[in-house]
Design a binder for this molecule. Structure first.
Ligand SMILES: NC(=O)c1ccc[n+]([C@@H]2O[C@H](COP(=O)([O-])OP(=O)(O)OC[C@H]3O[C@@H](n4cnc5c(N)ncnc54)[C@H](OP(=O)(O)O)[C@@H]3O)[C@@H](O)[C@H]2O)c1
Length: 332
């Protein structure tokens, strides 16, 4: 029987173990992937630190990876063994990418263009899928070539909280593609401002502005307030002043990416709580096309922090304080 190495999380606050397990087979609509690089996301840190979404241990964490297709399951036509790909996998359910061969839904897999490194590719899928869901579901904005929504009355001004997060920097680019003339204002620490403008933001404000509704509003067109907020980092519940930056007679859209269990959206706004599962099933195919046509840039730098699964704890130790405008990656 073929076997693989699995980097297994044994419980909250407990050490990882590298164990040998049977090599997984893809089911119908699935593929297996041999990763060459995997990313470390905030949710992985939340799971090992307080078990945010994991219901039973041991578990395999990791929600992003890139590598080559190992096998394809029944009904999968878009991929063949050896194809270079990037993907999401459900590490939030303990079936993640931190193993020598992992299973992914074919819908969660995209082709890796040759100009991207595996390290960069491993940083891309989850933040793209989450940003796409936050835009389509939360802001009711259609993405061209993907969502069926007609943009007949789209927001004309959008405030993105946490522009330098991977989700925020992905959202800037996707919104600029969907709504070329929309005004996008972002919050982030100052070192990222020029980069975020290069991705499509019209203006960038210091994070401290999130506590000052007047300062936020002053950055909106005519100082009238924003039609919509995309909250990539769950900043609103901690800084409710941001809600007062919405235009009183505007669309009052508030798209909140779920960052902690039990997060509540405020009353009186057109609010939506978004997860990675909010993305349309065709998202990764469209994403592959955007990447191939070079219409989408790596949103935050992919920082390689080590080689081999056993270097993953070095990356986890950086959360949350030492993560700013980067996605941490381990090569394999
Ligand atoms: N529920 C889901 O399905 C799902 C999916 C993906 C992500 N998420 C969650 O969404 C969040 C974003 O994920 P990510 O990978 O994009 O994060 P990330 O890149 O790791 O986020 C780090 C960045 O967030 C910024 N930031 C943190 N707190 C902030 C605040 N209060 N206000 C403004 N900016 C803030 C920091 O900005 P500066 O350093 O510039 O200040 C930093 O650059 C995470 O909490 C993640 O767990 C949820």
């Amino acid at each position: 029987m073929a076997t693989i190495q699995v980097y297994q999380a044994t419980g909250v606050g407990k050490p990882f173990e590298l164990v040998t397990a049977p090599k997984p087979k893809p089911g119908a609509g699935e593929v297996t992937i041999r990763p060459k690089a995997v990313a470390i996301n905030g949710i992985d840190w939340k799971n090992i630190t307080f078990g945010a979404t994991i219901e039973s241990w041991p578990a395999v964490l990791g929600i992003d990876g890139s590598g080559t297709i190992e096998e394809v399951g029944e009904g999968v036509t878009g991929f063949k063994p050896g194809d270079e790909v990037l993907s999401y996998a459900p590490g939030i359910l303990g079936k993640g990418t931190w193993q020598e061969v992992y299973v992914a839904q074919a819908n969660d897999v995209g082709k890796k263009p040759s100009y991207l490194s595996f390290e960069e590719a491993a940083s891309l899928s989850t933040c793209f899928l989450t940003a796409a869901g936050a835009i389509v579901d939360g802001l009711k904005v259609g993405l061209p070539g993907l969502s069926k929504i007609e943009n007949t009355n789209p927001p004309k001004s959008i405030l993105i909280l946490g522009g330098s997060s991977a989700v925020g920097a992905a959202a800037i680019q996707l919104l600029r593609i969907a709504l070329p003339s929309v005004t996008i204002v972002v919050t982030s620490s100052k070192p990222h401002h020029e980069h975020l403008k290069s991705l499509g933001a019209n203006a960038a404000l210091e994070r401290s502005a999130q506590g000052d509704a007047a300062a936020l509003k002053a950055a909106s067109p005519d100082g009238a307030g924003f039609d919509a907020i995309l909250d990539a980092v769950g900043a609103g519940p901690d800084s409710p002043a941001v809600y007062d930056a919405l235009k009183p007679d505007g669309l009052k859209l508030y798209s909140l990416v779920l960052t902690r269990p039990g997060a509540q959206v405020p009353q009186g706004l057109n609010s939506t709580l978004v997860t990675v599962a909010s993305a349309d099933p065709g998202s990764m195919a469209w994403f592959s096309k955007l990447l191939e046509e070079r219409k989408y840039k790596v949103p935050v730098k992919a920082e390689v922090i080590g080689h081999g699964f056993t270097d993953i704890p070095k990356g986890l130790a950086r959360f949350p304080a030492q993560i700013s405008g980067v996605k941490l990656v381990v090569t394999l």
